[in-house]
Design a binder for this molecule. Structure first.
Ligand code: IMP
Ligand code: MG
Length: 206
């Protein structure tokens, strides 16, 4: 383990990311996750979505564009349910603070690796919430002249929509609750859960 000298000259462990996270579980102990969608239900729905997507574009090469990081698990499973030629690319965006939602400002953190011109593109996103992220992405992608542009989202929180965005493939419509798991995070945690659940925070948190 890395060490550094403290004020009295004695060696002590350095606080690395790894050592810092050791104190976290107690801090997060009061968070709980209430099941909403089981991993099995998610996989069954994704099988249907994969079939539907292929049926809509028979024999065509498809480019799945995943929105990092939340859509990674969904894209990985969806891709395996679409027969034929499928390629991937990824984009990363962040919104300017949850409070500034009405501004609709989205920042592009990582662009695609390749051109989408003339390609059949399916944007793959974890959740459609206010719609601001997808509205921004669709505007950017349209300008690049794909042959077709479609949207697949695992979850749709319809009640929260602030701008009209159409998703062509929707896994599940869910209530207006903050959900985690299967790629979705709270402060970067819970992405690894195989199920999707509703997160409860201790009173006063947020
Ligand atoms: P939108 O721009 O408001 O539609 O936000 C979409 C993004 O917000 C998603 O890609 C998620 O990263 C995040 N998000 C929205 N709702 C939730 C949720 O319930 N849990 C975790 N992340 C969420
Ligand atoms: Mg996301």
């Amino acid at each position: 383990m890395a060490t550094r000298k403290n004020q009295s000259g004695k060696r002590e462990p350095m606080k690395t990311a790894a050592t810092k996270t050791k104190s976290k579980p107690a801090e997060h102990a009061k968070e709980s996750v209430r099941p909403l969608l089981t991993g099995d239900a998610i996989q069954a729905r994704i099988r249907e979505m994969g079939k539907q997507i292929r049926a809509d574009f028979p024999g065509e090469p498809l480019l799945l564009v995943g929105v990092l990081k939340g859509a990674v698990l969904f894209l990985a499973d969806l891709a395996r349910q679409i027969p034929g030629e499928v390629t991937f690319d990824f984009i990363a965006v962040s919104s300017y603070g949850k409070e500034a939602k009405s501004s609709g400002q989205v920042k592009l953190n990582k662009d695609l690796d390749s051109s989408i011109e003339g390609k059949t593109v399916i944007v793959v996103e974890d959740i459609l919430d206010t719609g601001l992220t997808l509205e921004y992405l669709l505007r950017v992608f349209e300008q690049r002249k794909p042959k077709s542009l479609r949207v697949a989202v695992l979850l749709d929180k319809k009640e929260r929509r602030m701008v009209e965005v159409h998703a062509d493939y929707v896994g599940f419509e869910i209530p207006n609750e903050f959900v985690v798991g299967y790629g979705l995070d709270y402060a970067e945690r819970y992405r690894n859960l195989p199920d999707v659940g509703i997160l409860s925070l201790p009173a006063g948190a947020h």
